[in-house]
Design a binder for this molecule. Sequence first.
Ligand code: ADP
Length: 496
Amino acid sequence: MAFYESPRLGTRFAATSVVAFIVIGIVLAFGISGQLRKREEKAATDHALFVANSILPYEVTPQDVVSPIDPASDRFRQLNAVVQGRLLQPPVVRLKLWRRDGTILFSDDSSLIGRNFGPEGDLEEAFSGETHSGVSDLSDPENILERQRFSKLFETYVPLYLQGSRSSVPDAVAELYTNYAGIQQPVNQLFRTLTVTLVLGLATLYLLLLPITRRVAKTLSGQNDTLAEQAEQLRSLLGREQQRVAELRELNELKDGFVAMASHEVRTPLTSIIGYAKTLRRPEFSDDPAAREEFLEAIERQGDRLSRLVENLLASSRIEDERGRLTLVPVSLVDVMRDLLATLGPRARRVVVSLPPDLPVVVSDPQRVELIMTNLIDNALKFSSPGTSCEVTAWTEGESVAVSVRDQGIGVVQEHLDRIFDRFYQVDSSVTRGYSGVGLGLSLVKELISSLGGTVDVSSVPREGSTFTIKIPIAPTRGGNGWPGHTRETEAATSP
Ligand code: ADP
């Protein structure tokens, strides 16, 4: 998982900072020039106010505000001379003197005098005593003539109180027009200066920041890679741990199952032995040799069963440690079978052994060979009915001796065949199963034969029987697969 990708961050920074810089530039340029415009407009208003109030109250007479001044009269010329000479100085470009009803009483443009444009908002406001100013786009009908000379004007309505007038209401309203170009020019100039400064400043800042960001992005990218690597390692560690926990849990379940099964397997023959022993002590059996013999045989059988179980358990727990410690001596299968049959008691009657007389002696571990054969024969007798026999045959096959144990028992269905050599695996593992055992025998056979450098195979037909075949190397192959080593005894036994 990538927490962060450096090229994307770099590009994103470049794009967003350009946008941010442009926005900052525009806001600054418009904000500052807007404020300057306001200041310029205020200055224009103050100027108009000052000019109007310092000249007009003294030059305009009460007579002048009664009716429009005839442009052809001397009075007009006189007033116009004053206005032209003192009032209409740049940036003031026009004067209109209004009567309350919207009639122009006087203007430096004589063609406007006497015209009535009706009482309108700005005029009303000025007659109520308030100075009012604003930008005019010259769209009003009264501006018909200004439109020809200017594109935009700044108009200021000044309430006019004539000298000596006692009225609280303005006698007239003077409207002064200021050329807006005078206001606009410094604003434009400032805007240009600001724009150039900001563009240069922000571009420099941008160029300075870009390499820093690149470096930071690179560092972050490196850290991100390390983090991703560590996360990956953690994930795989976690996976391994989870697997281990699952294995341990499975092992624990196996252990619990095994303990339950082993206890059952120990308790059953023990109960039988104790039962037979108690029965034997009863006086009615003291002079019944046949019954005594039968009970003693049963005790022996159950004892053997217990002994085999214990032997298997011990062998299974030792096998890991003793894998490398084989006791290699010449082993005759005839001797092995003879000893083995002797331990089977009455069950030996069901075992038919046919070994060829020229069967070679193998150099192997006799205890292991015997344990293998004991388990195979024990299974063959256990999983077949008492009326059937179990055949043990052997032959030479290449460098090995093959020994097969064939029974006419219940057999194993194909789907279980692969698994019967697994530790604790039983085709029927229910508590109500009809056969004793803890599922250790065949796994032990497999491990033991492999420690001897041999193999084990099985073929089986359900309800007809099974044949287990082991192959034991005649001579140990040094360094061969599954042939880890041998003791001094081996050397003595194999040396000529
Ligand atoms: P167990 O203690 O149950 O005999 P083994 O490891 O010896 O354990 O055998 C595993 C399983 O393989 C047995 O439970 C049984 O189901 C099956 N099996 C082994 N030998 C034979 C056989 N000769 N005939 C039928 N089934 C067999």
